[in-house]
Structure formats: C-alpha cells, structure tokens
Write a new protein. Structure first.
Length: 180
C-alpha cells in the first residue's frame, strides 16, 4: 500500500517521526508496520498511530488532538483581541490535525509565507543553509543569536537545531532555529 503524502511535510518519512514497528493502529484497527513516534497533543494517548490516520484526520478527530500546536503556526496569536490569522482556517487545520510533527526541543513552530503554511523540507545544519543564505537572511537576523553564530554552529540534531521550510507558492526558503 502506498504511503500517504503530506503537503506540508513532503519529506516526513526522512524526519525520524515514524518507526518501522508492527502493530495495530489505535484508530483504524488495521495491522500496520509504520508507527508515528512524534508529538501528539491530546489528553488521551493512543498506543499506535499509522500515517494513514494522520493524513485523513481520523487520529486528531478520535482523540481531539493536534500533531502541531495551533499557536505554533506563525501569525496565529493566542490573544482573542488580536486580528484573526490571515491564513485560511482549513490550511491551519491541515497543519495541526493532518500533518505529522517534527522533533524539536520546544513545541514545533510552523513558518508561513504568501498567506499559507510553508512545507517543512527537513532538519538543517550550517551546510544545508549555505545555498539559501540570501533568502534566509531575514529569518537569521531575527533570531536572538548573531547571524555568524547561526551560520557557523547550526546542526540538525545538536544544541542549536535548524528546520528548513519552503513556501509552496513562491519557493522562498525560511528557517526556524531551536536551542536546548
């Protein structure tokens, strides 16, 4: 059976959030061989979530949960007096309820561009971002670390981890950095 494709995480099977573990999915009750091991924000924790039940939204619906924090999407404010997000609600729901999360120190941040969530391309280190430094300059300068420090010390899995995103509309790359 062909695995589902996730619009906002096209390389998800390379991110280490699925493990090859045989089991019965807690949502669809089907025998599966790929278990989701990433974040899932819910009061109740299912034993086994397959990628199919993430993609169709059944896992989030059954457990009233999210794979990515709604407030972690760039442009979404917790303050009800702030203007509502400029991104369509169905796109925000796609990221929170139908897109697997990724490993990070803090809750996930999902970057946006052109009025839409960006696609998470993957974990990024100093070498990964070199071809995109001009595009990423605004994101790098926004961070609490100096641009030189980011450029020289960014890792995929160390104390200063990078996450490379790309706008699905215009192709602009974006960078989120998380430290332990």
């Amino acid at each position: 059976m062909k695995l589902p494709v996730f619009k906002y995480s096209p390389n998800v099977y390379e991110l280490g959030v699925f493990d090859s573990i045989d089991g019965v999915c807690s949502i669809c009750n089907e025998q599966r061989d790929l278990k989701y091991t990433g974040s899932f924000y819910s009061i109740h924790k299912p034993d086994y979530i397959c990628p199919f039940c993430i993609a169709d939204g059944k896992a989030a619906e059954k457990y009233n949960g999210e794979f990515n924090d709604y407030l972690g999407i760039e442009g979404v404010s917790p303050d009800p007096n702030d203007p509502p997000p400029s991104i369509a609600q169905e796109l925000l729901i796609e990221v929170t309820e139908k897109t697997p999360g990724y490993h990070s120190f803090q809750p996930e941040v999902w970057l946006t561009h052109c009025g839409e969530p960006c696609a998470l391309i993957g974990y990024a280190d100093s070498e990964t971002i070199k071809p995109y430094l001009t595009e990423l300059r605004a994101d790098i300068e926004y961070l609490e670390y100096s641009p030189e420090y980011i450029i020289n010390h960014l890792t995929k899995d160390g104390s200063l981890a990078g996450y490379l995103f790309q706008c699905l509309t215009c192709g602009q790359h974006r960078l989120h950095v998380d430290g332990d």
